[in-house]
Design a protein around this ligand. Structure first.
Ligand code: SAM
Ligand code: DTB
Ligand code: SF4
Length: 328
């Protein structure tokens, strides 16, 4: 226990650091809660307008039947979750849904497919979707599993702005959650995405039975990348019946907020997204996440397969917190 708050370093922190040690990230997470949130809020204000929230919307363009065994996922073919698998959605349906999202105020459209990896036979269809969604004036993001270099290049040329590929948890805990691919596989795809010139969206999930040390390990892995991910989604596990993680204890709200704060401090210029799990969070918890530096949310009543807050509830939350959508 601390008798008083440890002093914050006097000199302003350097703009961007990629040399965080694991001990430094652990020390951040171990700070007294109020001190940690205060420091994160300060960093947030230095780099962003704290009254702005970026709004993204998700669509599952190919649902279920995935070959991977991610222990949290409703879409893995390894678990009986009652989810009906479907084929890749026709381009016109995706575009219609994207138009509605844009009308609803979304700035970025994130499209997910339950694939282990993108297959060459699907590249043209995916590129067509990207360029049509992009032409609506939306930022585009896709999450399609592993990519080869030429596939990443094709997506970039079609107009894909972001590629989401989460590291999900710490390198040490990864094998407890997924066995059909390695942590290194994730890093390799992230590098491929970067080399093709796209921005990286990468984060993880909290509440999968990991400890604070693992949460530090996950933040450390992200914050020591050669370039910080442009977007860092922090998800709270949505327990899905039928998956191995369905019985996981809910993450303590303050632990969740601590991790958001550590992401903000270590990756000061990245957009930190309060992602899955908001439907089960109080407004007060979400407000503390925004204070601690989260500045993006998913809007829309469904994420990929699971519930997200009603749009009217989010509009009301933003109004009560005097927050507004991020300007382009
Ligand atoms: N198949 C692709 C992949 O895994 O990269 C893309 C889709 S996958 C559903 C996208 C991300 O959603 C996962 O990496 C994971 O972080 C998050 N996710 C999936 N199921 C979740 C759940 N039940 N609770 C919280 N986050 C979840
Ligand atoms: C991310 O980190 N979270 C989003 C997005 N990236 C693709 C997905 C959340 C999925 C939540 C569970 C579901 O809807 O199936
Ligand atoms: Fe497949 Fe992605 Fe779900 Fe893992 S998280 S089972 S890769 S859809």
């Amino acid at each position: 226990m601390y008798d008083s708050f440890p002093e914050a370093p006097e000199a302003p922190a350097p703009e961007l650091r990629h040399d965080w040690s694991r001990e430094e990230v652990e020390a951040l997470l171990d700070l007294p809660f109020m001190e940690l949130v205060f420091r994160a809020a300060e960093v947030h204000r230095r780099h962003f307008d704290p009254s702005e929230l970026q709004m993204s919307q998700l669509l599952s363009i190919k649902t279920g039947g995935c070959a991977e065994d991610c222990g949290y996922c409703s879409q893995s073919a390894h678990w009986e979750t009652g989810l009906k698998a479907s084929k890749l959605m026709p381009t016109c349906e995706v575009v219609e849904a994207a138009k509605r999202a844009k009308e609803g105020g979304a700035q970025r459209y994130c499209m997910g497919a339950a694939w282990r990896e993108l297959k060459d036979r699907d590249v043209d269809r995916i590129c067509e979707i990207v360029s049509e969604v992009k032409s609506l004036g939306l930022e585009t993001c896709m999450t399609l599993g592993m990519l080869t270099g030429p596939q990443a290049q094709a997506l970039k040329e079609a107009g894909l702005d972001y590629y989401n590929h989460n590291i999900d948890t710490s390198p040490d805990y990864y094998g407890e959650i997924i066995t059909t691919r390695t942590f290194q596989d994730r890093l390799d795809t992230i590098r491929t995405v970067r080399e093709a010139g796209m921005s990286v969206c990468s984060g993880g999930i909290l509440g999968m039975g990991e400890g604070r040390r693992d949460r530090a390990g996950m933040i450390h892995a992200l914050a020591t990348m050669e370039e910080h991910p442009g977007s860092v989604p922090i998800n709270a596990l949505i327990p899905v019946e039928g998956t191995p993680l369905s019985g996981s204890a809910r993450i303590d709200s303050f632990e969740f907020i601590r991790t958001v704060a550590a992401a903000r401090i270590t990756m000061p210029k990245s957009v930190v997204r309060l992602s899955a799990g908001r439907d089960d969070m109080t407004d007060e918890c979400q407000a503390l996440c925004f204070l601690a530096g989260a500045n993006s949310i998913f809007v829309g009543e469904v994420l990929l397969t699971k519930d997200n807050p009603e749009r009217s509830a989010d509009d009301r939350l933003l109004e009560r917190l005097d927050l507004r959508p991020m300007s382009a």
